[in-house]
Design a protein around this ligand. Structure first.
Ligand SMILES: N[C@@H](CCC(=O)N[C@@H](CS)C(=O)NCC(=O)O)C(=O)O
Length: 237
């Protein structure tokens, strides 16, 4: 069977993206991922508006990884869950967004994911917490209030989800109060990518919410990063 034509978007520097996004074409000059001397451009499958795809786009910009992105592609079938993101790096296909982040960070030095076991475990703990506890908390309320999915219409469950969501943000607030900077400590790490997108969703969702000072300060701190403005705080929940 012939594959349908795919729409491709190429990564680019954030300043340029703002202009090029409007005409649907963009480019980037960066370091291709792969062994020295081997030019293999990373491929990312998934919509740029999907929260889990945005993690990967943000990580690529932080790590200066050149990439091509397509909304759909034959690689998608390599994820048995039928979900995105999927990446293709040469002959290697990978899915699960946080695992993709670890893979990309691991191939590009130690800046975002140091090897020292305790430092690394602290970063990974917050990434896993985002994927499990934090994600589970907001799901019902988000589907009801933002996606307006009629399946999520139980008022009590919406309220319970909002309360649990706020409890999770409270946990994050305590952690950020302790570090005074980023989620795993004084430096920006890989954990700030999934957590930063989660925080953006918290602020972008139209609802009454308790105020968490350290989380608000963190949101502004992340906003100093061009890659967060391009892929995180870019008007999408
Ligand atoms: N645990 C997966 C979840 C992936 C996921 O839920 N992806 C959503 C987009 S954010 C998806 O593929 N939805 C169906 C679609 O876009 O067709 C991950 O972190 O990669």
């Amino acid at each position: 069977m012939t594959e349908p034509p795919r729409k491709l978007t190429f990564g680019l520097t954030w300043q340029r993206r703002r202009v090029d996004a409007q005409v649907g074409f963009a480019y980037r000059i960066g370091n291709a991922i792969g062994e020295p001397g081997v030019r293999t451009t990373l491929r990312i499958i998934g919509k740029a508006s999907s929260i889990n795809v945005r993690k990967v786009l943000w990580a690529c910009d932080e790590l200066c990884i050149a990439f091509e992105r397509s909304d759909d592609g034959p690689e998608r079938r390599y994820n048995p869950n039928g979900l995105v993101p999927v990446i293709v790096d040469g002959d290697f296909v990978l899915w699960e967004s946080n695992t993709i982040l670890r893979y990309l960070a691991g191939r590009h030095g130690e800046a975002l994911l140091p090897r020292e076991p305790r430092t690394r475990a602290t970063i990974e703990k917050w990434m896993d917490w985002q994927a499990t506890e934090f994600n589970s908390a907001w799901r019902y309320a988000f589907m009801a209030l933002v996606r307006k999915d009629p399946v999520f219409d139980d008022v009590r469950q919406i309220e319970a989800s909002k309360q649990e969501w706020a409890r999770m943000v409270g946990i994050l607030d305590e952690q950020l109060t302790a570090t005074g900077a980023f989620v795993a400590g004084a430096d920006f790490t890989l954990a700030d990518i999934p957590i930063g997108l989660a925080v953006n969703r918290w602020f972008m969702t139209s609802m009454r919410r308790p105020s968490f000072q350290a989380v608000e300060t963190y949101y502004e701190r992340l906003s100093e990063r061009p890659a967060f403005m391009a892929h995180g705080r870019n008007g999408i929940e």
